[in-house]
Design a protein around this ligand. Sequence first.
Ligand SMILES: CC(C)(COP(=O)(O)OP(=O)(O)OC[C@H]1O[C@@H](n2cnc3c(N)ncnc32)[C@H](O)[C@@H]1OP(=O)(O)O)[C@@H](O)C(=O)NCCC(=O)NCCS
Length: 306
Amino acid sequence: MLGHPTAAIDAIHLWNGFYPAKFHLTQGIYERSLCGLPTFRGDLSTAVYSHDQLVGFAIVKESGNELYGRAADHRFHLAGVAWRDPDQGAAMLRDVIDRVAGAGATRLSFGQDSGSAFPGVPVECIELSGVLKKLGFHASEAVVDVEADLADLELENFPNVRALLPNESHLLDEFLAREFPGRWQHDVMLKANTDGAEHCVVGYFVENRLEGMALIQDSAQKLFICGAVWHLSLGEHWAALGPIGVSESQRGAGHGGRLLQGALAELKHRGGRRCRIDWTTLTEFYGKYGFTVSQTYETFDLALRR
Ligand SMILES: CC(C)(COP(=O)(O)OP(=O)(O)OC[C@H]1O[C@@H](n2cnc3c(N)ncnc32)[C@H](O)[C@@H]1OP(=O)(O)O)[C@@H](O)C(=O)NCCC(=O)NCCS
């Protein structure tokens, strides 16, 4: 039902009354990032109507692990929820929790889903966090988005940092399977297979071996995930970076900083201005390159008994 285009208009209306303007949904975001990814579970998502009016809905996704041929981790995600009335919302979520537990989940997280619309609950959404706490969700670390205007940054280019070539997608897959299996591998390969790795991935090479990668996104691409989901608040020439990572054995030697600068330089070269790096705790690392905190989230998880 929620994945059906005719449900989108009502869902978007309800959502936009529930979240701050920065997180307002468009039909494109709804269809691509919330209900359109392979991890979307229409059978566990729910819509509640009263007198033919949509009064609440919850979008559930499963972990990307199984879809990517890895062992199931039995973690499910509330990719987004909205309601008219908090008591009705709590009752709806109780029902979702029961059904997700019945489907074998051992953990339900708010956000942190494949494609990651939300890394957690935006701190402004007090009613939402209140209901989650009442239902037994445990709030843990705070995570942030950071932003900068690329026009303000002096960025160096490095010879071993470059956009991937069209025939290098397999190098990316191998690197991710080795260093970042699970959600990152799932999300980055989905994006690379949709938009072409050469358009959305910058690599760090050591003697022709891929030892780091940064996902970069802008309006010329088709699938918007992670920091690009809420791109409307970044203006027309928006840009997004992340995930970014280097091989464990190579960390702490300056490679990550060079990769970051090279990837930002590529976004700037393509005309990018306001740039977001989403879902991080590394404010010091990104701060060195001119990024400041733009949004704070609290992560919420519920442990479920099988
Ligand atoms: C984050 C990451 C890309 C950094 O790469 P790196 O090669 O280790 O970083 P660098 O050696 O280039 O460090 C650049 C600077 O940032 C600092 N820095 C790097 N990682 C940091 C961390 N986790 N916390 C605080 N500062 C950090 C370094 O101290 C260094 O400062 P300096 O120039 O004053 O010495 C790398 O650690 C990584 O892949 N981590 C795992 C994946 C990850 O967490 N990615 C980020 C998700 S938001």
